[in-house]
Design a protein around this ligand. Structure first.
Ligand SMILES: C[S@@+](CC[C@H](N)C(=O)[O-])C[C@H]1O[C@@H](n2cnc3c(N)ncnc32)[C@H](O)[C@@H]1O
Length: 269
C-alpha cells in the first residue's frame, strides 16, 4: 500500500510507528507504513514477534468460533487494532453471516484504516474511543445500533489489557463491561505474562516503552482474578496455544507461552 493513503486523517500520525500497524505487518497485512515495517524488523531481531502475533491470532480465531458455536451473535472487540488477516468479523460472519461486530480502538490511524476496510459491511463498525471510557463505548451510535445489551455479547480483550498499566486498571475495565452485559455473555482475554519466559517478556516490555506505548505483564494469578465470579470454560486459564488447540503450531515453544488466555461466562443469577 502507499505510505500516505488518502484515507489517513489529518490528525493521524504516519511518521511514528504504532502498535496496531506493527502487529498488522507482523501478521502479513498491508495496512502499515515504512516506519512500522522498520520497527517490526528491529523487534524480530530480538524476539519472535511474528510468531507471537500469529499465536495470538490463532487463539482469537478459536475463541470467536467457540462463541458462535455457543449461540452468541454479537461481538464487542476492545483494543481491536486493524481488522486484517482473519479478524473477528471475518471469522464470525463466515460461521454466522448475521453476526454483528463492533471494534473499539483509541488510535486515529488504526480507526481510519478500520473504517475503510469495514465500509460496505452493515454488520461491522469501529468506535474511536478509549476502552477505559465505558460510557463512551457503550453509548456510541455503533454499539447502540449493532449490539443489544439485553442479549449475550462476546467481549473480546485480546492483547489490550497490558496497555492498561495501572495496578487496578485492567480489573476496572473488565468489571465495567461485565456489569453492562447480559447473563450468558462470554468474556475472552489474552494477556502477556513473564511467568514462562521472563527474558522474552522483559524484551517486549522494553521495546514497547521505546516506542512510547508502555505495557505491563501480569502473572497467572493476576489474570485469573479478572475472571472472578465468571464461569471459566474448559480448559480454564492456560497459555493461549493450549486453549482448545487445534494442532496448528504458530511458533516456537517460547513464542507460544508468552500469553495467558481464557474465556469466562457471565453467570445467570
Ligand atoms: C497489541 S494490539 C492488539 C490488537 C488485537 N486485539 C489483536 O489481538 O489482534 C493492542 C491494540 O489496543 C489499542 N489500545 C491500546 N490502549 C487502548 C485504549 N486505552 N483504548 C482503546 N484502544 C487501546 C492499540 O491502539 C492497539 O490497536
Amino acid at each position: 500500500m502507499q505510505d500516505r493513503p488518502t484515507r489517513v486523517p489529518k490528525n493521524g500520525d504516519v511518521e511514528r510507528p504504532n502498535s496496531a500497524r506493527l502487529y498488522d505487518y507482523l501478521l502479513g497485512g498491508a495496512h502499515n507504513f515504512a516506519v512500522d515495517r522498520a520497527l517490526a524488523e528491529e523487534h524480530i531481531k530480538v524476539l519472535p514477534a511474528d510468531e507471537i502475533c500469529r499465536s495470538s491470532r490463532s487463539f482469537l480465531r478459536r475463541v470467536v468460533r467457540l462463541c458462535v458455536a455457543s449461540g452468541v451473535r454479537q461481538f464487542l472487540d476492545l483494543g481491536s487494532g486493524i481488522p486484517t488477516a482473519g479478524n473477528v468479523h471475518e471469522v464470525a460472519q463466515l460461521a454466522e453471516p448475521a453476526a454483528r461486530v463492533v471494534y473499539v480502538d483509541d488510535e486515529a490511524v488504526t480507526v481510519a484504516h478500520s473504517r475503510a476496510m469495514l465500509k460496505g459491511n452493515p454488520r461491522a463498525a469501529i468506535v474511536h474511543a478509549d476502552v477505559r471510557d465505558h460510557a463512551a463505548v457503550l453509548g456510541s451510535p455503533e454499539v447502540r445500533s449493532l449490539i443489544d445489551l439485553d442479549e449475550p455479547v462476546a467481549l473480546l480483550m485480546f492483547g489490550i489489557l497490558p496497555f492498561l498499566t495501572g495496578a487496578d486498571e485492567a480489573a476496572a475495565v473488565v468489571a465495567g463491561y461485565r456489569e453492562a452485559v447480559a447473563p450468558g455473555s462470554l468474556i475472552a482475554v489474552s494477556h502477556f505474562t513473564a511467568d514462562a519466559e521472563p527474558a522474552l517478556a522483559s524484551a517486549m516490555v522494553e521495546l514497547a516503552a521505546q516506542r512510547g506505548t508502555p505495557i505491563t505483564v501480569r502473572s497467572k494469578d493476576q489474570v485469573a482474578s479478572l475472571f472472578d465470579g465468571l464461569e471459566l470454560l474448559e480448559p480454564g486459564l492456560v497459555v493461549v496455544s493450549q486453549w482448545r488447540g487445534d494442532g496448528e503450531v504458530s511458533g516456537s515453544p517460547a513464542a507460544e507461552s508468552v500469553s495467558w488466555g481464557a474465556v469466562g461466562r457471565v453467570p445467570h443469577e
